[in-house]
Unconditional design. Sequence first.
Length: 263
Amino acid sequence: MDCVTANVIHQEEVQGGYQVLFLDAPAIAPHVQPGQFVHVRVPHMEESVLRRPFSVYRADGPVLQILYKGVGKGTRTMTYLRPGDSLGLIGPLGRGWPRLTEGRFPILVAGGYGMAALYLLARSMPMQGIAFFGGKSAPDILCVNEFEALGWEVQISTQDGSRGTRGIVTHCIDAWWQAADLKGRQVEAYACGPNAMLQAVAERAMARDWVAWVSVDRNMGCGVGACLTCVLKTRTPDGGWRWQRSCKEGPVFECRDICWEDE
């Protein structure tokens, strides 16, 4: 896949150091499916060989939005981008979220950046369900107004109790499940966030007979399946296992396909 040049339209600071980068990317934005990502060549970092993967937050017409936080050298450099600056993109990449199975009740589970990776999915769903957002503290809870504007109920948990329920996000899921009346409908879950959270969601899904899709976070050297730095161990139908590439066969996998014991 060819690299294209995207021009910066502007940036908006959200909260807690998080930024939304608006890019004019007509060769990529109209083709993005929920859950896919782009591989970014950060400008002014000629010494850096590798690109950086970012989930697509929003794609509207030719405009692509990336939500990020300046935590490392690359993302801190991105905070200095100004209108008219350009950067190289490859995308859209990866296998995104599958469509909701008819008759099932959707739940979304997100930690930190995962909220951005789920927005396009929430917008495209044929029905609204409930979204569980978790973070360390209030500044890590993002996009709540945007999801509520789409008609989703949002439940929030923070580890320090500064917003929503005190605790981790799966505790909120457990409390909801005990009280939920789904009128016989099966749950279909979609989760994006830290690996420990994904595994906790997977454990609940397998125990409760839910279908659960998880978007894994791996270091991606090339983003197109060539370098094999992002592989993870997955199960095969015959009871064996195989390596699969997060950037190509993923980043979205059904939770039962992942060998969690090796994570």
